[in-house]
Design a protein around this ligand. Sequence first.
Ligand SMILES: [Zn+2]
Ligand SMILES: [Zn+2]
Ligand SMILES: [Zn+2]
Length: 343
Amino acid sequence: MKKTDLNELRKDPLLGRWIAVLSESVPPSEYRQDLSSEGVHEKSCILCAGRESETAGEIMLVRNASSTNVSHKWWTRVIPNFNPVFKVEGELGRRGEGMYDKMNSIGANEVIIESPHHNVQPEDMGLEQMSRVIQTYRDRISDLEKDSRLRYTLIYKNHGISAGSHLGHPVSHLASTPVIPKRVKEELDGAKQYFAYKERCIFCDVMREELRVGSRVILETRHFAAFCPYASKFPFETWILPKRHNCAFQDIRSDELEDLALILSSMLKKLRTLFPDLSYNYFIHSAPNRVPRKDHWHTLGEDFHWHLEIMPRFLRTSGFEWGSGFYILPTSPEDAAKYLREV
Ligand SMILES: [Zn+2]
Ligand SMILES: [Zn+2]
Ligand SMILES: [Zn+2]
């Protein structure tokens, strides 16, 4: 198959989840991974300031107006992913094939360059720069929400080799998909059911309960709380929840944005103090794109509540977890929160 072919989205008829199949199959030799590799070295990194012309199709940038130095004229920059799974051009082409459902892999895959500098950890960038990164997340989601073919935009970060990062330069990613991802759909459905039963937002209730009990709370700021969820899947899993109820991350106010930069960098610093070489992922769960649709439920604004989840990646998931979806937690959320509070 040619590289220009669109990737295909296939729906699992049993579980209802979508899988993206690349148009050009990766041969077995390319699966061999060197887990000791340290990512791209600064000298060969095209994401560093001064090499902008080597990454075509810039999507947006936050300009550094004060800089007279040509090599530092931006704070954050967004470019298309090098090997996008989802592509903006084309039609969805929803169709059936025998008993199966498929469509073209329409969407967006972007790389959010968090800093012009190569060797900087997000938690060391300073609050102003962290705020610019979060502002970039917000602006990209707001922009992609206008495309009515797209249902969901996920912002996520991979840090460290075991979390899938190989770039070396500090980046986050964005994937905008024509379907709501299953993991998000499960949260939306759970929140909707809870709201139908209690007429309250489950996340607001969780927040009240966590702040009342206190044993799983790690940090509380003016607008946010960070805690280890009661039934975490992974040890030291942390959720950051905004205190103001809102379904959509992109509606974040500027004072909240600065406060999120504070609590997120504090959490990443705490995790690094406990685990110096930690690999982690974080991602933002926000409402699906709010373009009016016939099947859209009316309580979305009331029943969902955006949040950020940080997933440390220590353990290899075993056959038990894969086979059962049942997770074993070697450190309790209460103890994990205590360790994280104390550093
Ligand atoms: Zn770099
Ligand atoms: Zn809420
Ligand atoms: Zn979530």
